[in-house]
Design a protein around this ligand. Structure first.
Ligand code: B3K
Ligand code: ZN
Length: 869
């Protein structure tokens, strides 16, 4: 055996998109036999392989104890293959090679929650995207190798549930108190979509008949006590199945669809073919135990994973650089689905808030990368806001430009061309282009370069010629790694309003030069352009980037009066909200008066509350300290931002005066029949309650206490608890104890209990120490870790003081135990370089001190990038 002669994957090797090569062997079929025991698991596999191109037969494997390997029935000794910590290579393997391996793995001690792992005393599950399958058996673990999987799972009968992908074809006794089940998945799939589950779980069952007449069994597996919390997810699943048939013509393709809930999960959920595995936080929904926001999240994630069945599973990615092909498209699809479930304006507001709050800062800092990256060290580090959210925005822009009908023709073409294939972003854009008849190839630029474009707009009205001219300019900040940045196509959705009547002007084609604006959208593709509107009788108010038609930073010299106008008259709810945000930023950062904003809000609210209470609640949003901090590139002083924001909140609370209490007392969610409306009323009441407390009105605490005690709804209970706890009300302690005793066996509710305390405006190092040494704090459960870090990050003054040690400590601990989460959490410190001194140097020194202490590719890659800022 000569290891050096074979290609060795170095642990810290950078992988480049340009180096992509087809696999030398394909796998026609794989038979897996997984036998779970208390202290180990045996995995036997049989791969029927066929040569595709010249080259060695390469099987990837990590942390596997190899017991035996056979090639075409003959046992190989260790001179006939080379093996290192990442792969097993056989040179000169025949055209048709049947490889059998026997390995031993240890799911019972797998804390990384990747591969096969023990998630609870009575549950084993898998997580294989992107590279977990190689921790189960030797395999060409890459998304462009698709195979038919047959899986035998065997375990002690104390685990009655034995699941894998596809259809159950056999089950029976295996002797010595053990049993087995054999599953076969008829559709070819890459290994990252393989899943199996071994456990003791209860099940909620339902059925769905597809448009093709297929009878599909639907099953959601969870702990017995949680089954009543699975009904909302089940409804959402059926709704998603209908929605995909109606909007994309895509029916489900198997006879069974299963979802399994576990609390030991690194992210939200995983779309394994026919056997999704979900974090409990994304499947359990119940008004008594989880918030309205969490209920919406469950529906969105159920839809997201279901939609992956076509965008991701039936058509998958050629390589992991193409991740945004499946994620960006599937996020766009789930966003569209959710826009149909609740106020579409609010869904858009919430999606853009995530984009601006996470993706924009990511794209302006050291972790910036194109939606389709061109290199990585650890692919797990690239499940980012840029890949997901900016990826979704690229699809939204193309959909906006094409309109419903043409977009559908484009997607039909994509599914027709590529079903069963592993493809690239280019294939997607080419299919959309061919199907719609509109050349979209310029949009590839969005996928290939990093950074948020700046869109500068200037408006000029000429009274004598009655023309309104709009000058547009786009630019991107220079980036040393990407010197050839190009202009991108930016769909600018816009409207003009009559300043006197508030009416929207109809933009007839004769009013436009060269008919440049179609259906209210101008496609801006050059570095600079100008458009002219004719027959505009008086100076209009323009509304730009309606519904946030492109992921750009808009600079336009609105007057405060224009913004107040848009807050009242704009019919696009998103731009109404955007007007409030711009006004508030000016009051906060540029010392503008709050009078105009308060008056416009008072004028607009009665109507909005009636029509869309959820939108009314969002109009009260005040940019968070974190968001404000992310807009500052140097000399950032978190305390200064906090003080300014607090004083704005005081000003607003007082300016709204009696309105808050009157509205609070008048509103009642019980009067609403629709969930979305009732959710809006609850959200609004919670905001008003917080404002009453800020006014110094002591009755606020009685109102909050009464709300806490009289409700069974988690959003109401938590809204009240926050007001009591965050204001150190006399009733706060009793409420916290009550909450604890009521929900101590409900992990998701307890996550909220941790978060409320960690996010206390006066939380300090002792608060966090108290929470992290609490008996219910658990470093093995990512949800619990995130409940504290999430609360901590609500207050950047804390993040950037004692929080630094908290994050550094977690990264160090998780580097070995769960590097995916360790790396993710460390990203909270990525904007250290924007801090004012001396904090900047202190945080830098803390990060540098961490460097020699970490080993995982995940944490090292993130740390190196952060330090290179
Ligand atoms: N595809 C999975 C994400 C897997 C993340 C691996 N670190 C969930 C989703 O996007 O649907
Ligand atoms: Zn996804």
């Amino acid at each position: 055996m000569n290891i050096a002669a074979n290609p060795v994957v170095e642990a810290d090797q950078t992988i480049y998109l340009k180096d992509y090569q087809k696999p030398s062997f394909l796998v026609d079929s794989i038979h897996l036999d997984i036998q779970v025991f208390a202290d180990h698991t045996n995995v036997n596999s049989k791969l029927v392989m066929q040569r595709q191109t010249a080259g060695d037969l390469v099987l990837l494997g990590r942390d596997l104890e190899l017991k035996a390997i056979r090639l075409n029935g003959k046992t190989l000794d260790n001179t006939e293959y080379s093996l290192n910590s990442e792969q097993l290579v056989i040179q000169n393997a025949p055209e048709n090679s049947i490889i059998e391996t026997e390995v031993v793995i240890h799911p019972e001690s797998n804390t990384m929650l990747e591969g096969l792992y023990q998630a609870a005393s009575d549950l084993f599950v898998t997580q294989n995207e992107p590279e977990g399958f190689r921790k189960i058996t030797f395999y060409p673990d890459r998304p462009d190798v698709l195979s038919v999987f047959t899986t035998r799972v065997e375990a002690d009968k104390k685990f009655p549930v034995l699941l894998a992908n596809g259809n159950l074809i056999e089950k029976g006794e295996a002797g010595e108190g053990r049993h087995y089940a054999i599953w076969q998945d008829p559709t070819k799939k890459p290994a990252y979509l393989f899943a199996c589950v071994i456990g003791d779980l209860a099940v909620l069952k339902d059925t769905f008949v597809t448009s093709e007449g297929r009878n599909v069994a639907l099953e959601i597996y969870a702990e017995e006590k949680d089954i009543p919390k699975c009904h909302i997810a089940m409804q959402a699943l059926k709704h998603s199945m209908c929605w995909d048939e109606e909007h994309y013509g895509l029916p489900y393709d198997l006879d069974i669809y299963m979802i399994v809930a576990t609390s030991a999960f690194n992210m939200g959920a995983m779309e394994n073919k026919g056997l999704n595995i979900f974090n409990t936080s994304c499947v359990l929904a119940d008004e008594e135990y989880t918030t309205d926001a969490a209920i919406m999240q469950v529906q969105a994630v159920i839809a997201h994973e279901y939609f992956h069945n076509w965008t991701g599973n039936r058509i998958t990615c050629r390589d992991w650089f193409q991740l945004c092909l499946k994620e960006g498209l599937t996020v766009f699809r789930d966003q569209s689905f959710t826009e149909d479930l609740q106020s579409a304006a609010v869904q858009r507001i919430d999606d853009v808030a995530v984009l601006k709050g996470h993706q924009f800062p990511e794209d302006s800092g050291p972790l910036s990368h194109p939606p389709r990256p061109d290199h990585f060290v650890e692919i797990n580090n690239f499940y980012t806001a840029t890949v997901y959210e900016k990826g979704a925005e690229i699809n939204r822009m193309m959909a906006t430009l094409l309109g419903k009908e043409k977009f559908r023709k484009g997607t039909d073409e994509y599914f027709k061309r590529h079903d069963g294939q592993a493809v690239t972003v280019e294939d997607w854009v080419a299919a959309l282009t061919a199907g719609s008849g509109v050349d979209l190839s310029n949009f590839l630029t969005w996928y290939n370069q990093p950074g948020t474009p700046k869109l500068e707009a200037k408006g000029e009205y000429d009274e004598t010629t009655q023309t309104y001219r709009l000058n547009l300019k786009q630019s991107l900040k220079a980036n040393a790694k990407y010197p050839n940045l190009k202009a991108v196509p930016i769909p600018v959705a816009l409207a003009l309003f009559d300043a006197a009547s508030g009416e929207q002007l109809v933009l007839e084609s004769e009013a436009l030069v060269e008919n440049a604006v179609k259906d209210g959208v101008y496609l801006f593709e050059q570095n600079e352009a100008s458009i002219e509107f004719k027959n505009v009788m008086t100076k209009p108010v323009v509304s730009l980037l309606r519904n946030f038609s492109a992921p750009v930073n808009l600079e336009f010299n609105y007057s405060d009066e224009d913004l107040a106008f848009l807050l009242q008259y704009e019919t696009n709810g998103f731009n109404q909200w955007q007007a409030t945000q711009t006004l508030l930023e000016r009051i906060l950062l540029n010392g503008h008066s709050s009078d105009i904003y308060v008056q416009a809000m008072k004028n607009a609210l009665p109507e909005v509350i009636k029509k869309d209470p959820l939108l009314a609640s969002r109009l009260f949003d005040v940019p968070t300290e974190g968001y404000l901090g992310s807009r500052i590139d140097a000399n950032y002083n978190p305390l200064e931002i906090q003080e300014k924001r607090n004083s704005l909140l005081d000003t607003l609370a007082n300016a709204f005066g009696a309105f808050c209490k009157e509205a609070y007392l008048a509103l009642d969610p019980a009067n609403e029949t629709e969930f979305s409306q009732a959710m809006g009323v609850r959200a609004l009441k919670n905001i008003l309650l917080a404002m009453i407390a800020r006014q110094g009105d002591e009755s606020a605490f009685e109102l909050a206490d009464a709300q806490y005690k009289s409700t069974k709804n988690m959003s109401e209970r938590l809204g009240a608890l926050r007001v009591l706890v965050w204001n150190d009300a006399p009733q706060a302690e009793a409420a916290l104890i009550d909450f604890y005793l009521r929900f101590k066996d409900e992990a998701l509710s307890m996550d909220q209990w941790f978060m409320v305390q960690a996010a206390h405006p006066k939380a300090n190092a002792e608060t966090i120490a108290y929470l992290t040494s609490h008996p219910d704090y658990d470093l093995g459960v990512p949800n619990r870790i995130r409940s504290v870090t999430g609360g901590l990050n609500a207050n950047p003054v804390n993040t950037w003081s004692f929080g630094v040690q908290h994050f550094v400590g977690l990264a160090k601990y998780l580097d070995e135990k769960n590097p995916i989460i360790g790396s993710r959490l460390l990203q909270a410190l990525s904007r250290w370089y924007t801090l004012a001194e001396p904090q900047r140097s202190q945080v830098k020194a803390d990060l540098e001190a961490l460097k020699p202490l970490v080993k995982s590719k995940n944490v090292s890659e993130t740390l190196n990038s952060i330090l290179n800022a």
